[in-house]
Design a protein around this ligand. Structure first.
Ligand SMILES: C[S@@+](CC[C@H](N)C(=O)[O-])C[C@H]1O[C@@H](n2cnc3c(N)ncnc32)[C@H](O)[C@@H]1O
Length: 266
């Protein structure tokens, strides 16, 4: 049976490049295929961000891993963006991309795709440069701590949260998942918004040598956790993994997207 500690140990062999290769190139990221999972995720995020309700000073992405796609719409609505991850190797991979170093992962097709969804007629290069400028920090996070970012942020000080495939991928059971959601929600101001994407009915995924266990969630469990922690669900969508996306790097059956708002106002 896995525990928070055994999961943390497994993450020590997490390979960012293998993870990117498994999930962020075709077929999972095929912008010419309307059934591909990455375009679905980007559309969900863009739709929520287009409603005109989300925004503020600080956006924090919880468990960024080595990826930035999850921020491509939301970052535009905040003055400052903070990336976070538990692992130094992932924080390094992010910094490499932010500094446009040779060998960093190429997100340009993603940026280009989001530009076309948003339809503002700007070039992907402008958007990409703006994202790099908007990120002010890349900091450690541990969702199992009552204060996941330590002293870096006071409770209730953050205007928006993004998190993709993090909470369920580091929690041994539903109770730990709900507690982790409560911990990260402590960062958010009342009335602040959460954009979360995650795996449904997944028990493991691979990242190089690492085999990470995932708490198997249903849509109902995610909705329950959001309710218990004090969110109003503003949107909830699910995607069922088609056979062409089942490529042996995990056993994920579906994906959820939610836009949720922390109850109460300042
Ligand atoms: C499945 S990856 C998700 C990466 C990225 N957000 C994405 O959308 O692909 C899970 C991430 O959770 C991070 N992680 C592991 N343990 C954690 C913890 N205790 N607190 C926060 N993040 C953790 C891992 O380092 C990894 O980057």
């Amino acid at each position: 049976m896995s525990t928070i500690q055994s999961i943390a140990e497994n993450y020590q062999s997490f390979n960012p490049r293998a993870y990117l290769q498994n999930n962020y190139v075709p077929p999972r990221a095929d912008f010419s295929n309307k059934d591909s999972v990455v375009p679905w995720k980007l559309q969900c995020l863009a739709d929520a961000c287009a409603k005109g309700e989300i925004g503020g000073q600080t956006l924090v992405d919880i468990g960024s891993g080595p990826t930035v796609y999850q921020l491509l719409s939301a970052f535009e609505l905040f003055k400052e963006v903070v990336l976070t991850d538990y692992l130094e190797v992932n924080r390094k991979e992010l910094k490499k991309w932010l500094q446009d170093e040779p060998g960093s992962f190429d997100w340009s097709a993603y940026v280009n795709h989001v530009c076309s969804i948003e339809g503002k007629g700007e070039s992907w290069q402008e958007k990409q440069t703006r994202l790099r400028e908007r990120v002010t920090r890349v900091v450690p996070v541990d969702i199992h701590q009552a204060r996941p970012l330590g002293d870096a942020f006071a409770p209730g000080s953050v205007d928006g949260l993004v998190s993709s495939f993090c909470l369920e991928a580091c929690s041994p059971n539903y109770e730990a998942f709900e507690k982790a959601l409560q911990n990260v929600t402590g960062l958010l101001k009342p009335g602040g918004h959460l954009l979360m994407i995650g795996a449904l009915e997944e028990s493991y995924y691979l990242a190089g040598e690492a085999r990470l266990t995932v708490v198997c969630l249903t849509e109902e469990m995610v909705r329950k956790a959001l309710r218990h922690v004090g969110y109003k669900i503003r949107d909830f969508r699910t995607y069922s993994m088609p056979p062409s996306m089942r490529i042996g790097v995990d056993d994920v059956k579906g994906i959820f997207f939610t836009w949720a708002q922390k109850q109460g106002h300042n």
